[in-house]
Design a protein around this ligand. Structure first.
Ligand code: SF4
Length: 288
């Protein structure tokens, strides 16, 4: 990856985001694409604070007990910043907030509302946690605000799910949430999910996971290489060759996904505007 360039929009984006005391998953998860994405003037906002109540073994986001309730002014600052950045597609994700009664669903809804008010022409993509124990109600709350894309990452294959994500997360629940989102939405929401490879899975298991996603109506899938964010995180099991990423894309294409983004540096929110466009226009699979 290239270092941030002064001739790109990187420093402008950073100043805007830091100036409004917002978090991004780009920084919190040490994403390798930050120079490119911020350089293009895009970023993925992380709402509900910087402390996650889960501790997935591959994720760099700080885990622990959040000290603060959701900041009621965060949705407004976020919408203001998105408008200043001139975003046409806004991606919002969050930490898990198992400590909140609504698991953060109300804050998601407030954020989507603020975005739709401030940036009525932009599309909104939410990359949500599993809303454990409050799933049905949370889906209703979030989808009532009509985000264009509902994204929930399955993250890894069935066999590794518990080992990587802990006992609270469930492979089947993730599939259920994705399917149920489409049933709950009273408009054609695009559903999306992501798989990390290099955690110990086989290529066959990745294809099985893609099948499971497709069977649950998922439109867009992303597949990318795991990079160990610190020595405390789970080791990289293998480097997946670009030819294998191409093969995943072909498999996904054959399954009928609207868009398959498959490549070493692909992340769930990587070029999310293009992923959405590819699926919405039925342009088919894309790979990097
Ligand atoms: S891929 Fe996503 S998380 Fe990474 S820098 Fe780009 S927008 Fe941020």
């Amino acid at each position: 990856m290239r270092a941030p360039s002064a001739s790109s929009r990187y420093f402008e984006v950073r100043a805007l985001i830091h100036g409004q005391h917002l978090h991004t998953i780009c920084e919190e998860a040490r994403c390798p694409n930050i120079a490119e994405c911020w350089g293009r003037g895009t970023a993925t906002f992380q709402i509900l604070g910087d402390t996650c109540t889960r501790a997935c073994r591959y994720c760099y986001v700080r885990s622990g007990r959040p000290e603060h309730p959701p900041d009621p002014l965060e949705p407004l600052r976020l919408a203001q910043t998105a408008a200043q950045m001139g975003l046409t597609h806004v991606v919002v994700t969050s930490v898990d907030r198992d400590d909140l009664t609504d698991k953060g669903a109300g804050h998601y809804a407030a954020t989507i509302r603020a975005l739709k008010r401030k940036l009525p022409s932009a599309s909104v993509e939410v990359l949500t946690p599993d809303f454990l124990g409050y799933e049905e109600e949370a889906l209703r709350i979030v989808l009532a605000e009509r985000p264009e894309v509902f994204n929930h990452n399955i993250e890894t294959v069935r066999r590794l799910h518990r080992r990587m994500r802990g006992a609270k997360a469930s492979y089947d629940k993730a599939l259920w949430l994705l399917e149920r989102a489409k049933e709950v939405a009273d408009y054609p929401v695009l559903s999306k999910s992501g798989i990390i490879v290099g955690l110990g899975e086989t290529n066959g298991e990745v294809v099985e996971t893609m099948h499971d996603l497709r069977e649950h109506g998922v439109d867009v899938v992303t597949i990318g290489q795991y990079l160990q964010p610190s020595s405390k995180h789970v080791n990289i099991h293998r480097w997946v060759h670009p030819d294998e990423f191409r093969w995943f894309r072909e498999q996904g294409e054959a399954m009928g996904f609207g868009s398959v983004f498959s490549g070493p540096l692909v992340r769930s929110s990587y070029r999310a505007d293009e992923q959405r466009h590819a699926a919405a226009t039925k342009r088919g699979a894309v790979a990097y």
